[in-house]
Ligand binder design. Structure first.
Ligand code: KIV
Length: 273
């Protein structure tokens, strides 16, 4: 008999039903040990394609592959037992059309066991979002600052600062909502636009750099833990892990050099027979 204690996992309909209710708590996760720490506190864990920049040192998310997302999705699914787990569809895996997107998203769902996928969305991929949802794949949208469009935008810039851009982001959100996304990430927009989007769509909006006007919040975990020197303005640092890790490594290096580590308590002795 299985030793597993069965925990009820958060579902896409439950997240969708949180519209206007208790804010949805989301964070990114890429590894098994970190997912285990985050899981009891979060409603949703996103295996974001930010993994390419955060873990693999890429300059942006464009180089992230489906195999990378699957590997990290599998790691997170091994220890997350409560939160809904969503895996990002990487650049190039869903834009060509609904059939390719379905084949790739189904592979992600089968090989990781995750509950949904996320795509950077707007009118161009609305038909794809609808195609996936109708065939059993819950989809989270992502509008506003869309990191996979970095080469078109010429960098990572907040969105919706001109009337034209505002209309464009609103259109992205409405198209994603009408296509059936269960939630929509809204990234890098001013508070009044976040408020307008949140009021205009049925799906809960999950803000990142999009003010408290959203139905939930997400941050890149490594940013909020202070693992990087620089973080965007919208990140609140809840810890200073870069300094703590640096201090710990410096102590270890000093101990090894002074032969203080390992001590006898950290050394195997011969068995007394
Ligand atoms: O890839 C990612 O981590 C994301 C979040 C920042 C929303 O898309």
């Amino acid at each position: 008999m299985s030793q597993h204690v069965q925990t009820k996992r958060v579902t896409a309909p439950e997240i969708a039903a949180r519209k206007g209710g208790e804010p949805v708590v989301c964070l990114t996760a890429y590894t098994a040990p970190m997912a285990a720490i985050l899981d009891p506190h979060c409603d949703l864990l996103l295996v974001g394609d930010s993994v390419g920049m955060v873990v693999h040192g890429l300059p942006n998310t464009v180089g992230v592959t489906l195999d990378m997302m699957i590997l990290h999705g599998q790691a997170v699914m091994r220890t997350a037992i409560h939160a809904m787990v969503v895996v990002d569809m990487p650049f190039g895996s869903y834009e060509a059309g609904p059939e390719t997107a379905y084949a790739n998203a189904a592979r992600v769902m089968k090989e990781t066991g995750c509950q949904a996928v996320k795509v950077e969305s707007g009118p161009e991929v609305a038909r794809t979002v609808e195609y996936l949802v109708r065939r059993g794949i819950p989809v989270m949208g992502h509008v506003g600052l869309r990191p996979q469009a970095v080469n078109v935008d010429g960098g990572f810039r907040a969105k919706g600062r001109t009337n034209l851009e505002r209309d464009r982001v609103l259109e992205e959100a409405k198209a994603t909502d009408a296509a059936g996304a269960f939630a929509i990430v809204v990234e890098g927009v001013a508070e009044d636009l976040a408020q307008e989007i949140t009021g205009a769509v049925h799906a809960p909006t999950i803000g990142i750099g999009a003010s408290a006007a959203c139905d939930g919040q997400i941050l890149v975990t490594d940013d909020m833990l202070g693992l990087f020197d620089w973080t965007p303005k919208f990140v609140r640092r809840y810890a200073d892990l870069r300094r703590h890790v640096g201090d710990a490594i410096a102590s270890y290096a000093a101990d090894v050099r002074a032969r203080r580590f390992p001590a006898s308590a950290e050394t195997y002795a011969l068995k007394k027979s």
